[in-house]
Design a protein around this ligand. Structure first.
Ligand code: 13P
Length: 254
């Protein structure tokens, strides 16, 4: 079995105080999980310095993540943060294409592909979020939507794009809801994603991972991670509570 990768996407949550408490507890917990799991926390980026102040920064299986990047490296783009800046800060993983950014910030597949391109150029690891809305699911369009979202990356970044990268399958209807995809549904799409990428990459893909995200909790984590093509999780709410987050890390090793 490959080493699972768990990413906490904290979205717009946390204060200096709450983050310090969380990180200190996580640090104690991770002492026993050095070799078993890769853990990434994508916190609001202005708080990244708090991670530098904890021992977590020395844990070789713990990484700092970002929730977004701009699709330029520098210039007149007020309010943005670039891949080069993220790298400068010691960040390794960067979430892009989250549905909350696609919908709330009108991000297109092309913009997201440009971000992917720049991240790869800086040797950062993109976590590309893809997935269908409820309506698209009802219309049996899941595969088409995912394929389009993946194709736009191939178009801009070439056939080797997905080496050293992650795709997070996050059905939009499962995010922030009480309904997760069933393990069978998640596996079906994860398998499609893997087969499609392998077929377009001529079998030469390396260090490519598929995560599932959308209402993962301690209750459903075990059955989801058992699925052959699911290599880890992208967690929202469950990554905000230290008990729930560490419980999920424990569960996936049993
Ligand atoms: P929830 O786990 O809260 O459903 O959020 C998932 C998500 O959006 C992670 O990126």
């Amino acid at each position: 079995m490959i080493k699972p990768i768990i990413v906490g996407n904290w979205k717009l949550n946390g204060t200096q105080e709450s983050i310090k408490i969380f990180l200190n507890l996580l640090n104690k917990f991770l002492v026993n999980y050095h070799e078993k799991c890769t853990v990434v926390i994508s916190l609001p980026i202005l708080y990244a310095y708090l991670i530098r102040n904890t021992l977590l920064f020395d844990n070789k299986n713990f990484f700092l993540g970002a929730q977004n990047t701009d699709n330029h490296n520098s210039g007149s783009f007020t309010g943005e943060i670039s891949p080069i800046m993220l790298k400068d800060l010691g960040i390794k993983y960067v979430i892009i294409g989250h549905s909350e950014r696609r919908f709330n910030h009108n991000e297109t597949n092309r913009m997201i592909a440009n971000k992917f391109f720049l991240l790869k150029k800086e040797n950062l690891i993109p976590i590309l979020c893809i997935g269908e809305t409820k309506q698209e699911k009802l219309e049996n369009n899941t595969i088409n939507i995912c394929k389009k979202q993946i194709d736009s990356i191939f178009d801009i970044c070439g056939i080797q794009a997905f080496n050293d990268s992650i795709i997070a399958y996050e059905p939009v209807w499962a995010i922030g809801s009480e309904i997760s995809a069933t393990p069978k549904e998640a596996q079906f799409i994860a398998r499609f994603i893997r087969q499609y990428i392998v077929s377009r990459t001529n079998d030469r893909i390396k260090n490519f991972f598929i995560q599932y995200g959308g209402s993962v909790t301690r209750k459903n984590a075990k059955n989801l991670i058992k699925q052959k093509d699911i290599d880890g999780f992208l967690l929202g709410r469950s990554s905000l509570q230290i008990e729930e987050f560490t419980k999920i890390i424990e569960i996936i090793h049993v």
